[in-house]
Design a protein around this ligand. Structure first.
Ligand code: AMP
Ligand code: MG
Length: 416
């Protein structure tokens, strides 16, 4: 009996439906700022102080009063160095016709209104005499002074709820004295692969692999991708191609996880048990998404847990994760803007065969400012995803001529 083919679903529609089901996790956990890279903020972070806290020098040199320098230059008089202010110490009010030796980061003493860098001064140091400097240039008012509050004002929201933290955000949080951050808890994800042909690297040596068997590669990149997205991953290994085993695996995974993610077994072949197994325990939609690679995609629920089934072909699995699972997991963590940014880039290749599906071609930027294409775009050739540094997002029905401007999504937008 032939199974009627479901109509192809556009990627945008699939993504919108998937995101519509991603109710953001509510639990907050307080995590050391050191450990928060890549995680999502659960609350706004408001600054309790201004940064810098006071005017300070951005150079090693001399803090001066502009008017005094002007007066001294008329008569070529050196100015007395009456104090020394290093970072971490505080100076005193600047006396008339004097300067303060000052170092980068040190507070500007009251009365000073500019800093002259030491390279623009001649130090005059006679034995037993106080030091003087001859200033060889007229500083602009405010020169080399970092103003109080120029980075952060008191009461400002420096980082916002739903924002994913980067190394720079951790530094900014630290600069306002934050050592613990309120984060959305990590999504708990159960991961398993299906397929009787799969063997784990390390279990069987390459020269002893039986015909018909392959190593489980999806498990490695899926787990790494999940970890990069801040997930707590339970790796349930390989589930054999049997209905009862698949049902058991799903049932136990549903207990403690927000998402069950599988690869393989989502086609409608006799060895594809994901569909009936999920239907036994919950609900399932099996989609044929209009993308290449990556057409079959399943999603639904197993009890309280979300379920997503990725195709087995490695590149299909990889690409559908990046385009669908990644935004889903970010939205689950409360991130509003989950779409990757594409950039315009010039094709230094031709693509003569238009497809009715939206294609995601593995390509990389070259030194000449264009894009080269990996020669083999088969969904089984994982080398393409290692060689490439992003995906050309090619609309349905489109060929590409050398020199055409195409949309390119760098992996930096997708893998972080
Ligand atoms: P399936 O979606 O189960 O029909 O699998 C499609 C193709 O992907 C088959 O060639 C499988 O052998 C292959 N495949 C499935 N799972 C994996 C995996 N975890 N690692 C590598 N290849 C896989
Ligand atoms: Mg299979």
């Amino acid at each position: 009996m032939s199974v009627p083919r479901a109509p192809l679903k556009p990627l945008d529609a699939a993504l919108a439906e998937l995101l519509g089901n991603a109710q953001p996790l509510e639990a907050i956990e307080w995590v050391s700022t050191f450990e928060a890279d890549g995680r999502v903020l659960a609350q706004d972070i408001v600054s309790g102080l201004q940064v810098p806290s006071q005017d300070n020098s951005s150079m090693d040199g001399y803090a001066v009063r502009h008017a005094d320098v002007l007066a001294a230059q008329h008569t070529a008089t050196p100015l007395a160095v009456t104090q020394r202010i290093a970072a971490g110490s505080v100076g005193e009010a600047l006396q008339a016709m004097s300067v303060a030796r000052i170092f980068t980061g040190a507070p500007i003493p009251p009365g000073a209104d500019a800093v002259v860098m030491q390279e623009d001064c001649d130090l005059i140091q006679a034995a037993g005499e106080p030091a003087h400097v001859l200033i060889k240039m007229l500083p602009a008012l405010g020169q080399w002074i970092r103003r109080a509050g120029e980075d952060v004002t008191k009461g400002a929201v420096v980082l916002s709820k739903g924002e994913r933290l980067t190394p720079a955000s951790l530094g900014l949080a630290a600069s306002i004295g934050i050592n613990l951050l309120p984060l959305v808890r990590r999504p708990r994800v159960a991961l398993f692969s299906t397929g009787d042909e799969l063997v784990m690297p390390g279990d069987v040596a390459p020269e002893l692999m039986k015909p018909g068997t392959i190593y489980n590669s999806n498990r490695f990149f899926l787990r790494a991708l999940l970890v990069r997205l801040g997930c707590d991953v339970t790796d349930l290994g390989i589930v054999p191609d049997r209905l009862a085993a698949t049902v058991d695996a799903l049932q136990s995974a549903a207990q403690h996880h927000d998402l069950i993610l599988t690869s393989g077994g989502v086609s409608v072949g006799e060895e594809d048990h994901i569909k009936p197994a999920v239907q036994t325990l919950g609900t399932l939609d099996l989609w044929q998404i209009a993308i290449k690679p990556g057409k079959p995609f399943a999603h639904g629920r197993v009890q309280e847990a979300h379920f997503i089934g990725l195709p087995g072909n490695p590149v299909s699995s990889f690409v559908t994760f990046l385009l669908l699972v990644r935004p889903f997991l970010l939205r689950l963590q409360g991130v509003a803007e989950v779409a990757p940014e594409s950039i315009a880039a010039t094709a230094h290749f031709t693509w003569a065969r238009a497809d009715k599906r939206q294609e995601f071609l593995r390509a990389r930027r070259n030194q000449a400012g264009g894009l080269d294409l990996f020669p083999n775009q088969s969904s089984g050739v994982l080398t393409s995803a290692v060689w490439g540094d992003g995906l050309v997002d090619n609309p349905p029905g489109k060929t590409i001529a050398h020199g055409d401007v195409v949309r390119f999504i760098p992996f930096s937008e997708l893998l972080g």
